[in-house]
Design a protein around this ligand. Structure first.
Ligand SMILES: [Zn+2]
Length: 504
């Protein structure tokens, strides 16, 4: 029989569907064609496979060769099918035994000399392969990316000949999954490095405890970026399933995660000139954007008002749903984008210094024009708005104040508050839906009346009501209080100052 089937995986969005690579040899004029919706890189596979087979001292069959990549409707990209095509050819031409590839899946691009190269998006493919109990053979260059699932073993090879030697039981490939990861990278910069700014630090602690989005408003040089970069230190490391998701996004985006410890929460800070596609993801072979690279971590947008308005509006969908949908003619692709937004902006276009109430000397017309750069629906989705005034220089070096804070204690309080929420409602307060909120944050009649009076007096919209309630619930959880009282609500209200500025 001169037909062979070898298995591999394609990649669409976050999925890695199974692909069977069928190779058929027949008599006739020597010819080599690949069918099954292959893109350019896959079509070029013919030349790479031919050279790799010849340079590995095998014989390239001088017959009519048809390679079918099934299912046909699935788009096939990249050089990942080189290895399975080459092995299929070797089986079909009886240079390899028919049954040696059973139970295996193969992924890898071949060089002209037969060396195996890295596959982009290996992690979801390896995970899918493991789920159905198949064994995976791939390039040694992919080893580091498979750390999140390194408790399973995969076979790593550097050359087509190594793969053949393994399949023929001549020399087995190593499965050694243990890759040394440097622990030092797990510790992000600490919040205790920042002196002063108690108000902002408190808001960030609440944000960390309940997964709320934050907007910091402060003059240039007031320490907004420093505070934001220290925010991940308040969050716990990724658990196993979060790590797999986040690392899969990095694997597909082909962004080197080497600077990141696989368990640390991502921190992405795209520049304000980032394009809509750079932020949201996309392209002809859709790749994840910054918001997906920040999945399970922090998206820091400095100079918030300078971002392209349409880019910012894209954030609204993922803030609500945790996913971003990219529409293509052929299909809709979803990437996860469950991030925590930390935004920062100057108080006005002139970058004035602000007083403790967040006011500067600009005219109300100038301020209105500046504030209008952010849409109200987007602002509505940001739970905590906090002023970060510039510190007087004598405080900048005042270590004493900051040494009074016991960050270990604060961290324990944050972790306890998060555990309380997970136990009570299986999610953090920031993710509560409207109907759940009413059940979980029910107020006493008296508190409710006072609260509504307060909202009226401060001219805060009813739309912001839910956000304030969620934040108040987190403040109560930080104190391990079962009920939400007036004090919690008052503090939560104090973080909506920008709403009032917008209306003034
Ligand atoms: Zn100003």
């Amino acid at each position: 029989m001169s037909i062979a089937t070898v298995y591999s995986r394609a990649q669409t969005g976050m999925d890695a569907p199974l692909v069977s690579v069928e190779v058929h040899l027949s008599n006739g004029l020597p010819n080599f064609s690949i069918v099954g919706l292959p893109e350019t890189a896959v079509r070029e596979s013919k030349d790479r496979v031919r050279a790799a087979i010849i340079n590995s001292n095998f014989e390239f069959p001088a017959r009519r060769i048809i390679v079918n990549l099934a299912p046909a409707e699935l788009p096939k990209q990249g050089g990942r099918f080189d290895l399975p095509i080459a092995l299929g050819l070797l089986v079909a031409s009886k240079q390899l035994n028919e049954n040696v590839t059973h139970g295996y899946e193969f992924l890898g691009e071949l060089s002209l000399s037969g060396e195996l190269r890295k596959t982009i998006g290996i992690l979801p493919a390896a995970h899918a392969c493991q789920c159905i109990g198949s064994k995976l053979i791939t390039s040694s260059e992919n080893k580091k990316e498979l750390i999140p699932i390194s408790h399973h073993s995969y076979f790593y090879a550097s050359h087509l000949l190594d793969v053949c030697a393994h399949l023929n039981n001549i020399k087995k490939l190593v499965t050694d999954p243990v890759v040394h990861v440097e622990q030092r990278d797990l510790t992000p910069p600490l919040m205790s490095d920042v002196y002063g700014q108690q108000h902002a630090k408190r808001a960030l602690c609440i944000a960390a405890a309940g997964q709320h989005h934050v907007l910091m408003i402060g003059s240039p040089g007031s320490g907004k970026s420093m505070l934001a970069s220290r925010f991940p230190s308040l969050l716990s490391p990724l658990n196993d399933s979060e790590m797999l998701e986040t690392c899969s996004v990095y694997s597909i985006a082909n962004v080197s995660g080497q600077q990141r410890h696989p368990q640390s929460r991502p921190f992405r800070a795209p520049h304000h000139t980032v394009s809509v596609m750079g932020l949201a993801g996309g392209g002809s072979n859709p790749k994840p954007g910054e918001i997906s690279l920040a999945h399970n971590g922090v998206l820091f947008l400095d100079e918030f008002t300078e971002f392209n308005r349409s880019a910012l509006e894209i954030l609204r969908e993922p803030i609500e749903t945790g996913v971003i949908t990219i529409s293509r003619a052929a299909a809709q692709i979803e990437f996860p984008a469950h991030f925590q937004l930390i935004a920062a902006m100057n108080p006005c276009s002139q970058g004035c210094d602000i007083d403790e109430y967040g006011q500067c000397e600009c005219s109300s017309e100038q301020l209105r024009r500046y504030h209008n750069k952010i849409s109200a629906p987007l602002l509505d989705r940001i739970d905590l708005q906090v002023n970060v005034p510039k510190l007087p220089s004598h405080l900048l070096f005042n270590k004493e104040e900051s040494q009074k804070e016991n960050w270990q204690q604060i961290q324990t309080r944050i972790n306890t508050a998060r555990n309380i929420q997970i136990k009570r409602q299986q999610k953090l307060n920031g993710l509560l839906a409207g109907n759940e909120l009413q059940k979980i944050c029910s107020l006493s009649k008296e508190t409710q009346t006072k609260f509504i009076n307060m909202l009226d007096k401060l001219n805060i919209s009813a739309r912001a009501f839910h956000r304030i309630l969620k934040v108040a619930r987190t403040i109560a959880d930080l104190e391990q209080s079962t009920t939400v009282n007036k004090q919690h609500l008052t503090e939560a209200l104090s973080y909506r100052q920008f709403d009032r500025l917008l209306k003034s």
